[in-house]
Design a protein around this ligand. Sequence first.
Ligand code: S3P
Length: 190
Amino acid sequence: MWISFIGFMASGKSSAARALGEATRLPVVDLDAAVAGQAGRALPDIFATEGVAGFRARESRALADLDPDGQLLLATGGGVVEGEDNVRRLRAGGPVIWLDVPWEAVRRRLGAAAEAQRRPLVEHLGWGGLELLFRRRQRLYAGAADFRLRADLESPLAVARQALARALQWWERHDRDAAGGEAPRGGGGV
Ligand code: S3P
C-alpha cells in the first residue's frame, strides 16, 4: 500500500512523509527527487531546458515506475494532480492525503529565498500567477484526495500521525469493501 501526500508547493508534503517514514520505518519516495535523479539534473534545470510539459512527462514516468504493490510513503510534487492518469495511479496505490494550507501561509513559506529557488514556477508565474494556480488547484486536490488535513498549524510529526490514522481508517474500509464484494472505489473527493 502507498500513502500519498498531495497539496500545493510548501504545504509540507516532504516533511510529513519523512516524519512518517521515521516513525514507521516505511520507505519514503519523494517524486521531485526521483525525477531529478532519473534526469541527472535539478528541477530548475529541467524546467529551463524542457519546459513545464517536459517536467510533467518526466513526473508521470517517475510515478508510473513505482511498484503499485509496494509499501511506501509518497511525497508528490504540487502539480501531480494535473494528470488524470497520475491521480488514478495514486488512488490505486492507497489512501491519498491532501495537506491543505491557506494561501497566506504558502506565500509566507515560499517567500523564503531558499524555498523559492528550488521551485521554478515561483519565478515563472510571479505571486499573482501563483495565487491563481493555487485557487485552481484546490479543486483538483479536493477531487483527488481521500482525506484533507489542515497542515500549517502543527508540526510535521503531528500531521504525519493524523495521516497515519486516516490511512488505517482507509485500509479498514478497503478490506471491508473487498470482503463484502463491493465495487472498487471510483474517483476521489473530500
Ligand atoms: C510544482 C511543484 C514542485 C515541483 C515543480 C512543480 C507544481 O513540487 O514538482 O516545481 O507544479 O506545483 P513541490 O510541491 O514539492 O514544491
